[in-house]
Design a protein around this ligand. Structure first.
Ligand code: ADP
Ligand code: MG
Length: 315
């Protein structure tokens, strides 16, 4: 199968006939007519053995590649519109390609995102996905947090990280739940879109909650205080590794792709009400203070030192 047949069979179907797409896959460039407004653009590369393990299911890789970049668009409150894919493959394996395209297409479709172009080359397995979204409100940039603001997070934290330490053959209900939280992170697009204009600053949790909050604190020139007891932990995570390691995974483990939202105190009630209407879990986890750095506190206001590394192995 040559390169063009491969693109035609597996990737052309992920394009869409849409008025805003003048040319998609098949021409020298995609020609797009996004309409009025600004663009939000993001690109991420996933390298086998570095960002995902050798032998990951192809559908999971495709889904995850899309989901992590969709999450970046969500962090900017952008509406996903277009994707381009640079794919480097060691060999042509049609079953693998079909599964990969299925996973990728499922996640892009759910977000209203069309694949409009890309590049296909031979080499070590590498997936580079660029996403373009449109912005119709203020972008909740990392520098937007101010003392007195409240810090919220979507979903639950720590699940994806815990999944990485599961034995391959772990097949209990909790194991399956944790694994799908890693393989199929949920980009919080609907939530981010609904809250646009109400959020001061935002970031998605890719490197770990404290690390990512650190980016916000630095960019905004503020301190962020997080209350350990307020962190949302899934029942599966708690059952599988106990409260202490669950907490360590929640604060230091990455890969959850939940959204941190920094909201002015007088808007928190509205933000929580909107999340409830959407059926999205959203938890208040801390506050912005003057100063610098990110610190974790217990309910009595005492500083907590998060356990590190303790979450790496299941008992
Ligand atoms: P060019 O020689 O102009 O770079 P290519 O031969 O690389 O074109 O690609 C042919 C067409 O297929 C282009 O429209 C390109 O955007 C698209 N394409 C190539 N690889 C992919 C891919 N992995 N996913 C989506 N579109 C792709
Ligand atoms: Mg090319």
């Amino acid at each position: 199968m040559d390169e063009f047949a491969l693109i035609g069979r597996y990737f052309q179907p992920l394009g869409k006939r849409r008025a805003d797409i003048e040319c998609g896959i098949g021409d020298d460039c995609a020609v797009l007519e996004p309409g009025a407004g600004r663009l939000a653009v993001t690109v991420d590369t996933l390298v086998e053995g570095v960002h995902f393990r050798v032998g990951i299911r192809a559908a999971a890789l495709g889904y995850r590649a899309a989901a992590v970049s969709l999450s970046d668009l969500a962090a900017m409150a952008a509406q996903p519109r277009y994707a381009t894919l640079a794919l480097t493959l060691p060999r042509v394996d049609e079953d693998w390609l079909a599964d990969f395209a299925d996973g990728l297409g499922e996640a892009l479709d759910a977000a209203g995102c069309a694949l409009v172009g890309g590049d296909t080359t031979r080499g070590p397995l590498t997936v580079t996905l660029q996403l373009i979204g449109t912005l119709d409100g203020p972008a909740p940039v990392r520098a937007g947090a101010q003392p007195g603001d409240v810090v919220l997070v979507s979903g639950t934290l720590g699940d994806a990280h815990a999944a990485l330490s599961l034995p391959d053959d772990a097949e209990g209900d909790d194991d399956r739940y944790l694994r799908q939280r890693f393989e199929r992170p949920t980009p919080r697009i609907a939530l981010a879109r609904d809250l646009r204009g109400l959020v001061q600053a935002s970031i998605d949790v890719s490197d770990g909650l404290l690390a990512d909050l650190g980016h916000v604190a630095r960019a905004s020139g503020v301190a962020i205080a997080v209350e350990a007891e307020a962190l949302p932990l899934s029942p599966a995570l708690l059952r599988r590794c106990g409260r202490e390691r669950a907490l360590a995974a929640a604060v230091s483990g990455g890969d959850d792709y939940e959204l941190v939202l920094v909201v002015a105190a007088d808007r928190v009630a509205e933000v929580l009400a909107r999340a409830r209407v959407l059926g999205e879990r959203l938890s208040v986890i801390g506050e912005v203070r003057s100063g610098s750095g990110v610190a974790l506190y217990d309910a009595d206001g005492r500083a907590v030192t998060p356990a590190r590394g303790g979450y790496d192995h299941f008992a």
